[in-house]
Ligand binder design. Structure first.
Ligand code: F3S
Length: 284
């Protein structure tokens, strides 16, 4: 059995930065540091941080955070009114919002006229999108896919600006289809492609790997959107593909494959990747 690792896999810059911020805060302040929403979409990594004393407070339960607590803002960012609430509660806020998400928040807040329209592609229930909506000072339209883009109706005598931007982890192909559609209907639209290259880099490296192996293992949380997308690509481009959360889920049937590729989502810690690699090596 030969194991080939993807050229690009695992933690993206923003997630690594947020996890490091949490670990530093736990060292500095001890147990009882809060994360506003789950810090990372990976159960194993989250469990480890919780064992070190990290508390998770849902954004809707912000009132339950004790006054004066230390609170980490995760890589997806949050709406500005939540930061305000924390400041009023005299909390120490550690802002680990990914700089790419921050740039997106700034862009949204730049459009201030009541006649401006911001159109954002993304998952309506995702923390980043909910946070971005909180920065909007003008009309804000969220669309999840091409079908929803087709239903967008702006006033015919529009005087303001129209801008199209995206959640950082949105599908680039879907974005470009939506871009063409909206450009044909509103030629004045400004397009800001704010999709982060981290997701695409992992997808491209995976496609390259699929051509070299007989089986592909995708490591990552079951609730991680980018891991699920990697698994989808692996299924479509490799004879055999698996999505596992950790080494305990490696099935015995993997032994029948000669060349096994491994990749991991942007929220999968290095430690879990190494454990999977070791377990596979031990099966040889
Ligand atoms: Fe940031 Fe891109 Fe990761 S926006 S959180 S580096 S996927």
């Amino acid at each position: 059995m030969q194991i080939i690792k993807s050229e690009v896999m695992g933690f993206c810059f923003g997630v690594r930065r947020a996890v490091e911020a949490a670990e530093e805060a736990l060292k500095k302040y001890g147990k009882g540091v809060y994360s506003l929403g789950p810090l990372i979409h990976n159960e194993n990594a989250l469990k480890e941080l919780k064992e070190k004393g990290l508390l998770i407070a849902d954004e809707k339960e912000i009132s339950t955070i004790k006054d004066g607590s230390v609170v980490i803002i995760r890589a997806h960012g949050v709406a500005p009114d939540l930061i305000e609430i924390l400041k009023n509660k005299k909390c120490t806020v550690i802002d680990a919002t990914c700089p790419r998400v921050k740039a997106n928040q700034k862009m949204v807040s730049r459009y201030t006229s009541a006649e401006d329209y911001i159109i954002l592609t993304g998952d309506k229930n995702h923390g980043e999108v909910i946070g971005l909506a909180g920065y909007a000072k003008s009309n804000f339209i969220q669309i999840q896919n091409y079908d929803e883009a087709e239903k967008v109706q702006l006033p015919s005598n529009l005087k303001g600006q129209i801008v199209l931007l995206s959640q950082t982890t949105y599908n680039p192909l879907e974005f470009s289809k939506i871009e063409s559609l909206l450009k044909s209907r509103y030629p004045q639209i400004k397009v800001q492609n704010t999709i982060c290259p981290a997701t695409e880099e992992r997808q491209n490296a995976l496609l390259d790997l699929c051509s070299k192996v007989d089986a592909l293992i995708v490591i990552g949380g079951k609730n991680s959107a980018n891991t699920k997308r990697l698994y989808q690509t692996a299924k479509e481009n490799c004879k055999f593909a698996l999505h596992i959360q950790d080494e305990s889920e490696i099935p015995d049937e993997i032994r029948k494959y000669e060349k096994i590729g491994i990749t991991a989502g942007a929220s999968t810690p290095d430690k879990i990747i190494s454990l999977v690699e070791t377990a596979l090596n031990n099966m040889v």
